[in-house]
Write a protein that binds this ligand. Structure first.
Ligand code: PEP
Ligand code: MN
Length: 270
């Protein structure tokens, strides 16, 4: 099936999250753990010069015994802290019943890799953000093809939500040295097939913080429109994904580290 025609009809996403000539960085902890933890991590995102902070209140954990997130309390922390720092929020929504509540506290709704093919969630998110200033970040499924990923995005756009950003976050391969394998070919292929912006999450792809900056540079060179990276004010104390979280110092120097690559691509990092 040739999907390029259908997908191509959608224009660049609206509402200023992604603008031409820019490279958008979203950073923040995997999970909102407490007010203090999120505030300290979000302040570092602000100091690093970025406008969007991430943090999960509803976490899709592999084990049901792992910390599942603070839920509504986490959402309140997200909006309170981001409001006082002038940051915008990206956070995951896992359940259609929570969409409205999540929209009260966050500008951008993340649909996680494990929910990429949850078509009823995609339709509900599309309908909910239609005609609003809200947007959606759609992670690529762990074993989804580019075609499946783009068609999942179409579930959102077809339901009226046109402010959609695709996010490559690594796929499952036989390679055990990284948590997943960052598929930068998919970024380039997706960008040829759709006008939707494509960002890269090197944190979940690598699973190790030492690879995050090099992969981020590669993402810029691969024509990505932005990044989503995990960062934490004390990674070793993180309740989730601490091994892949950037330390504050690295986050603060990220813009500078990426700028030569962004300049070569004609982009300004925001
Ligand atoms: C996340 O962003 O914290 C997350 C769980 O990502 P993914 O859905 O890509 O695993
Ligand atoms: Mn995470």
């Amino acid at each position: 099936m040739d999907i390029s025609e259908g997908v191509k009809t959608y224009a660049k996403t609206a509402n200023g999250m992604m603008a031409a000539g820019t490279f958008r960085v979203i950073a923040g902890p995997c999970t909102v753990e407490s007010y203090e933890q999120f505030e300290a991590s979000a302040k570092a995102v602000r100091r690093a010069g970025f406008e969007y902070v991430r943090g999960g209140a509803f976490k899709p954990r592999t084990s049901p015994y792992s910390f599942q997130g603070l839920g509504e309390e986490g959402l309140k922390i997200l909006s309170e802290v981001s409001g006082s720092l002038g940051l915008k929020v990206v956070t995951e929504v896992m359940d259609p019943y929570d969409i409205e509540m999540v929209m009260e506290h966050a500008e951008i709704l993340q649909i996680g890799a494990r929910n990429m093919a949850n078509f009823s969630l995609l339709k509900r998110v599309g309908a909910a953000i239609a005609g609003t200033d809200h947007g959606a970040v759609l992670k690529r499924g762990l074993s989804a093809t580019v075609e499946e990923w783009l068609l999942a995005a179409e579930y959102i756009t077809a339901a009226g939500g046109d402010n959609v950003v695709l996010c490559e976050r690594g796929i499952r391969t036989f390679e055990p040295s990284t948590r997943f394998t960052l598929d930068l070919s998919a970024v380039i292929v997706a960008k040829r097939l759709t006008d939707l912006p494509v960002i890269v999450d090197p944190s979940h792809a690598a699973g190790r913080r030492d690879l995050v900056v090099p992969l981020s540079k590669a993402a810029v060179a691969a024509e990505a429109d932005g990044l989503m990276v995990e960062s934490h004010y004390v990674p070793r104390e993180a309740l989730c994904d601490g091994e892949q979280a950037l330390e504050v110092e690295t986050l603060l120097s990220l813009k500078e580290a990426l700028q030569p690559f962004a300049s070569a691509m004609g982009r300004h990092i925001i």
